[in-house]
Design a protein around this ligand. Structure first.
Ligand code: FES
Length: 100
């Protein structure tokens, strides 16, 4: 089974569920992650940074593509509400290259 590893939440590991967004997976698992727009790619608060496994992430949705262009997000920074996973990945919650 594929695993989502969260570096800056005590290296928590969650089983991947490809049927839901990463935001839903985190919220459902009780992992705190900021979000305000109801998962519509508007607030940008649900940013996550991929450390590994970006190839297993779904492509940006049109809404995320628009937000990412406006905000100048690098490819490894994704909106958890717009991203699904299909394999192992390591992320940090937030837009960061170093552990919190
Ligand atoms: S929850 Fe607002 S952009 Fe993802």
């Amino acid at each position: 089974m594929a695993v989502l590893h969260i570096e800056n939440r005590d290296n928590l590991e969650l089983p991947v569920d490809a049927s839901v967004s990463i935001l839903t997976l985190l919220v459902r698992s009780g992992v705190p992650i900021p979000n305000r727009c109801g998962g519509h790619a508007r607030c940008g608060l649900c940013r996550i940074t991929f450390v590994a496994g970006l190839a297993h992430a779904s492509p940006r949705t049109p809404h995320e593509e628009h937000f990412a262009r406006e905000a100048g997000l690098p490819p490894e920074v994704r909106l958890a509400c717009q991203t699904r996973l299909a394999g192992n990945a390591v992320i940090r919650i937030g837009q960061s290259r170093s552990p919190d």
